[in-house]
Ligand binder design. Structure first.
Ligand SMILES: NC(=O)c1ccc[n+]([C@@H]2O[C@H](COP(=O)([O-])OP(=O)(O)OC[C@H]3O[C@@H](n4cnc5c(N)ncnc54)[C@H](OP(=O)(O)O)[C@@H]3O)[C@@H](O)[C@H]2O)c1
Length: 363
């Protein structure tokens, strides 16, 4: 491929989205391909069809030679958006300890592309609120970018430290973005709350149950925050191109806070069912026998056919609904640097869950 060109279209920027099929990567691809001036290359192990302005390369980034074998295709890259991720087995609060693959994929992707692309301008590294230890228990809130790290291990620290060292003396720079609980749709992702809520609500309704909050009573009342995936993609596009963002970290959330207690009845309304009192259950355990029911519901309601295991990652839902402490990031810094978009999170949940119903992901 000629540098800076996809399908013969002349462009000034070429982005590589690493982890292009994830709940973040998909939305960055969509955001950039929707804007003139970008050509976009996506990387992930699974394949995906090319389309105008977009080329997908199926690579396993744990293979240190994966990038060099695609050297020609990756020779004119100006921006890397790094959103690849590998979960570990077990509880989602433990994902941050999964150091080796998450460090190695970043090292292989960035060092490989930097070697082949002399025009590289910026690397956008996606980390998250777990930087502050939000997965461990109560922590200082609202969290600010200058707050100290928690006691390692946390693969974000390994990624940031490696990138900081590797960038020294180079012509390009980096920016680190810290979102919280992405709200989008990416089948197969390990961390996505929306499909978990949608499927849990649909199964509850099918069984004639009210929509009970399945988490801890403290989580029902605590302050929480989320980041709509499309909103995050806007922030990533901004951070990639705003000169002042170089070598800076930014919290990126919807910019507001909410309590499940206030939101839950509105979610029940979206599914036209009564809200019930909280009842703490493990969704991992209580959804383990619901795959047959979901197959039956898929036929009965003519839903899109998804593998139950790919549609929802229940360990993440248990994790989110188990946070009985405030989860709050301060987004003043990104506002001061020029990113002013905000999303009303309660409206967002209702809007996106309604869309799930309209698009027959759930009844
Ligand atoms: N999701 C959230 O709520 C959330 C919240 C805050 C922070 N974050 C952070 O954001 C980052 C991205 O997470 P995410 O939730 O967007 O992940 P995700 O939805 O699971 O997506 C991960 C992407 O990485 C790709 N990938 C995994 N292993 C690969 C490999 N060996 N080679 C090439 N590609 C590989 C996956 O595609 P294939 O499977 O096809 O390879 C997929 O495209 C993580 O550091 C995460 O901690 C996420």
């Amino acid at each position: 491929m000629i540098s800076g060109q996809v399908d013969g279209m002349s462009t000034s920027r070429t982005a590589v989205v690493v982890g292009a099929l994830g709940v973040i990567g998909r939305y960055i691809v969509e955001r950039l391909t929707g804007e003139a001036g970008w050509s976009v290359i996506g990387l992930s192990r699974r394949s995906e069809a090319d389309r105008p302005g977009y080329r997908h390369l199926a690579v396993d980034l744990l293979d240190a030679d994966a990038i060099s074998s695609h050297g020609a295709a990756l020779s004119g890259v100006t921006h890397i958006f790094y959103a690849a991720f590998q979960a570990s087995s077990g509880a989602a609060a433990g994902y941050a300890s999964n150091i080796a693959p998450n460090r190695d994929m970043l090292v292989n992707a960035v060092s490989g592309i930097a070697r082949t692309s002399l025009q590289l301008e910026r690397v956008v590294l996606v980390t998250g609120t777990k930087y502050y230890g939000s997965h461990l228990g109560p922590y200082r809130t609202p969290a600010r970018e200058t707050d100290p790290r928690h006691m390692p291990p946390n693969y974000y620290f390994d990624q940031i430290d490696w990138l900081t060292e590797f960038q020294k003396g180079k012509m390009w720079d980096w920016v680190e973005l810290r979102p919280q609980t992405l709200c989008g749709f990416a089948p197969g992702t390990a961390m996505s709350i929306l499909p978990a809520i949608a499927v849990y609500a649909a199964v509850s309704k099918e069984l004639g149950l009210p929509l009970r909050f399945p988490g801890k009573p403290g989580a029902y009342s605590s302050i929480y925050q989320v980041t709509e995936s499309s909103h995050f993609a806007n922030a990533a596009a901004w951070a990639a191109t705003e000169p002042r963002c170089g070598l800076q970290a930014f919290n990126i959330t919807n910019g507001d806070y909410f309590r499940w207690r206030n939101l839950w009845p509105k979610i029940a309304d979206v599914f036209e069912m009564p809200a019930g009192d909280p009842q703490t259950i493990s969704l991992v355990q209580h959804m383990a026998d619901k795959a047959d029911l979901w197959r039956h519901m898929t036929k009965k309601y003519r839903l899109q056919a998804f593998d139950f295991d790919k549609l929802v990652a229940w360990p993440f839902a248990d994790y989110v609904f188990g946070c009985d402490w405030d989860v709050m990031s301060d987004v003043t810094k990104s506002r001061r640097f020029g990113f002013h978009d905000v999303i009303d999170s309660e409206d967002m949940f209702c809007r996106l869950l309604r869309r799930f119903r309209e698009e027959r992901v759930v009844p």
